[in-house]
Design a protein around this ligand. Structure first.
Ligand code: GRG
Length: 303
């Protein structure tokens, strides 16, 4: 990644690109959550504890990479990158609560409710969810694009997508459902946030129909690859590397890809999806180099 922000095919390093992006995203997230004196200290601390914890920042990266792939300006897309990370973090905080997945470790540290109490954790999630839309409405330009960003993100985070997928997951967790059920849950619970990240980047960049279709085709596959590798890591990963409890999904009889397909077939399926995802980026040419590299990383990731 050259300093100017242009992707140079052949010499591209995802490691330095992602380090650079993470630094910028973390700085922007810290600024967005400084808050005025109206925000109680305890709440501010809980929000920043979870949001600024060492996450992979995959979704912000997708926003920025999509904007670049559509020849847009990375800085103009930064508020959208922060907004998706806020929604993602809210969903993790709420997912970790005793009434949901009941976890005590996240991003390598005690979960928000363990550190701050359940009430504050719920409110920290609520505050992040609403802050995401404030940031989009105020900092994405022009206003018509900001409004469209709010609409697509609200839809992806709402009752038919993220929240709906989570609701089905809660109900399905002890039954032995089929592959279609599993894919449907993950398309909404995990995939929707991947897809909307790419769509936000495309929107800010003013992408055309062919570029948007290419990103959608890529994103749908990447979301599934991410989930399959998440399930595989759950089966064979170690908690220290992952920063969360390993073996919890398989151990609780939850639907997982290796549980239904077996480990080897899950790996083959993930590899096939990555090949398809990378092929879907063809129309975007060398500007999509970062997205191509990210697909490979998602397949090979260790946490
Ligand atoms: C509570 C509305 C609501 C939704 C929760 C995101 C989610 C839905 C549940 C999280 C449970 C889970 C482990 C899902 C598997 C995929 C996933 C979203 C993993 C966490 O994402 P990473 O690995 O996390 O990108 P980091 O910490 O790196 O950002």
């Amino acid at each position: 990644m050259a300093a100017s922000g242009t992707v140079e095919s052949g010499s591209f390093s995802l490691e330095s690109y992602s380090h650079d992006v993470r630094t910028r995203v973390d700085r922007a997230l810290a600024e967005y959550t400084a808050f005025g004196s109206g925000c109680p200290d305890h709440l501010r601390e809980a929000i920043r504890y979870s949001l600024l914890a060492p996450g992979k920042r995959l979704r912000p990266m997708l926003v920025l990479m999509a904007a670049e792939a559509c020849r847009g300006n990375r800085d103009a897309a930064m508020p959208a990158a922060c907004a998706v990370e806020m929604i993602h973090t809210y969903s993790l905080i709420h997912d970790d609560l005793p009434a949901m997945d009941d976890d005590d470790l996240r991003r390598g540290r005690p979960t928000c409710h363990k550190a701050f109490g359940e009430g504050t954790a719920i409110l920290a999630g609520d505050a992040l969810l609403t802050l995401a839309f404030e940031v989009l409405a105020r900092d994405i330009h022009p206003p018509a694009v900001a409004a469209e960003c709010c609409r697509v993100l609200a839809q992806a985070a709402g009752a038919t997508e993220l929240v709906g997928g989570q609701a089905d997951d809660l109900n399905e967790q002890f039954s032995s459902g089929q592959l279609e059920t599993l894919e449907s849950i993950h398309r909404r619970k995990t995939g929707a946030m991947f897809l909307v990240s790419l769509r936000l980047g495309a929107l800010v960049a003013g992408a055309g129909a062919a570029e948007r279709t290419a990103l959608d085709d890529y994103g749908a596959r990447l979301g599934l690859v991410f989930q399959i590798t998440d399930d595989l890591l759950d089966v064979r990963g170690d908690a220290a590397a992952m920063g969360k409890r390993a073996g919890k999904d398989s151990g609780r009889g939850k639907l997982t890809f290796p549980g239904i397909l077996g480990v080897e077939e899950s790996v083959r399926r993930a590899e096939r999806l990555v090949t398809e995802a990378r092929a879907a980026l063809e129309p975007l040419g060398p500007h999509a180099e970062a997205l191509r590299a990210l697909a490979h990383y998602v397949l090979e990731r260790k946490h």
